[in-house]
Structures are given as C-alpha cells and as structure tokens.
Design a protein around this ligand. Structure first.
Ligand code: AP5
Length: 226
C-alpha cells in the first residue's frame, strides 16, 4: 500500500479500494462496515443509479432500461458518473468502489483516473447468493439493507434507521437475477484475472452467515492492513 494507514487508532491513511464479487455476495453490507472503520466513502454505482431513477434524471431514465432487465448500463455513462464522483472532496483520503468496475473497459478507464491500492474479491456459493438476492429488501430512502429471514425490520415494510419504505428491487426478481449472474460471469469475472496480474487482489470468503459477519470484516482488515 502506497500510503499511511487509517485505523480507529487515528493514524491517517489514504486507501483506494475496489470491491469485486457476484451480485448478492454482500458487497454493500460489508462496504458500509468498512466505510465506518476507515472513514472513507462507499461509492456504489448501483446506489447512484437507483438515486437517479428515483429523481427521474436523464441518466436515471436511461439506466432503468438496463437495470430492470439485469443488464449492465453502458460503459460511457457509468465511467462518466464515477469520474465525476471521484473528484469530490470526501475522496481525498481514499474511497471504496462498490460495483465498479464491472467490465475490463471500465477497469482500464479507472486506471487512467486513479491508482488503486487493493481489490477485495468476495466469494460465496451460488446457492447462498441466490438465497441472499431473492430475500433481500432495501430501504427506498436511505438504502439500508435487510433480508426476509435474518435481517428483518422491527415493523414490517418500514426501515429501522429512517422510517422509509422497505421494498424488493425490480432486479431481485428471478428473471433479472438469472440475467445478472450470467452477466457477472461473462463481463465482470474476467476482472479477477486483470487485478491478479497487477498483484492487487485479495480473496475474501463470504459464505459465512450474517451472525458471523464480524469474521468476514476481520479478514478484510487483515487484507487491507497487511
Ligand atoms: P448493484 O446495486 O451494484 O448490484 P449488484 O452488484 O448486483 O450487487 P447487489 O447490490 O445485488 O449485491 P451486494 O453484493 O451489494 O449484496 P448485499 O450487501 O445487498 O447494481 C445494480 C445494477 O446497476 C446492475 O445490475 C447494473 O445494471 C447497474 N450497474 C451498477 N454498477 C454498474 C457498472 N459499474 N456498470 C454497468 N452497470 C452497473 O447483500 C445481499 C443480501 O444478502 C442482503 O439481503 C444482505 O442482508 C444479505 N447478506 C449479505 N451478507 C450476508 C452474510 N454474510 N450472511 C447472510 N446474509 C448476508
């Protein structure tokens, strides 16, 4: 790692991190925890698109056509929004990209904008991933993540954190899930080799249940602080 470390002990660090892994492996769940530990922003292209869709912006309307079908939003649109986001002040001490890059073209574009320090590749079995995706619910207002079996809001359909509406994403329905997993294998999985070659990749097993999420986060810390 080319910069100082930023831990809760208060030593400052700059870490530019990419989170890789299949849809539903838990990237968003772990990203929120890692962001709290290191004080760096989670930049989720999926969340940015969902926000744009909610606000009916031009990008949002375009992205919706692809997202609802489980396809990737075109590279030029996605690279543009990430490039703009990385210029913001809160990225000065590092950032965590969640869901970007997703194609080799996006990774090459990213390399022209910033230096990446570490890529965390989360893995879990397909059975676990399908269960996580089909049971996932999220808050329309703050993006908090729930699951129908093991992370249940106290009041059905209402977010514990902000009172917003908890709903099922259109792309978590079976047809779109199938398509997303297929797109992942064909277009995103090749990034594993891309980053392995650059010696940036750390494998993080994410099969463990949510009660053991602290162990997954401990493995992340080990990979980032080694
Ligand atoms: P995006 O929102 O990024 O979706 P994704 O990558 O498919 O990832 P998910 O949000 O589905 O899963 P996750 O890994 O974050 O899992 P989570 O933590 O929620 O993208 C959506 C769409 O936007 C894409 O399909 C594409 O169309 C477009 N898009 C986005 N980025 C793009 C890009 N770069 N280029 C082109 N298009 C792009 O966890 C899942 C569930 O499991 C939750 O219910 C959670 O509570 C539960 N869970 C998590 N961890 C555990 C655990 N350890 N044990 C038990 N349950 C767990």
């Amino acid at each position: 790692m080319n910069q100082q470390k930023n831990t809760k002990q208060g030593i400052l660090v700059k870490m530019n991190i990419v989170l890789l892994g299949s849809p539903g492996v838990g990237k968003g769940t772990y990203a929120k925890r890692i962001s709290g530990i290191y004080g760096i922003p989670q930049i989720s292209t999926g969340d940015m698109f969902r926000e744009a869709i909610k606000n009916k912006t031009e990008i949002g309307l375009k992205a919706k056509e692809y997202i609802d079908k489980g396809e990737l939003v075109p590279d030029d649109v996605t690279i543009g929004i990430v490039e703009e986001r990385l210029k913001k002040d809160d990225c000065k001490n590092g950032f965590m990209l969640d869901g970007f890059p997703r194609t080799i073209a996006q990774a090459e574009a990213l390399d022209k904008i910033v230096v990446i320090d570490k890529v965390l590749d989360f893995t879990a079995s397909e059975k676990i991933i399908i269960d996580r995706l089909s049971g996932r619910r999220i808050c329309k207002s703050c993006g908090a993540i729930y699951h129908i079996r093991n992370i249940i809001p106290k009041v059905k359909g209402v977010c514990d954190k902000c009172g917003g509406e908890v709903y099922q994403r259109n792309d978590d329905k079976p047809e779109a899930v199938k398509k997303r997993l297929d797109v992942y294998t064909k277009q995103t999985a090749p990034l594993i080799g891309y980053y392995k070659e650059k010696k940036l990749l750390a494998d993080i097993g994410a099969d463990k249940p949510i009660e053991q999420v602290d162990e997954i986060i401990a493995d992340v810390r080990k990979a980032l602080e080694e």
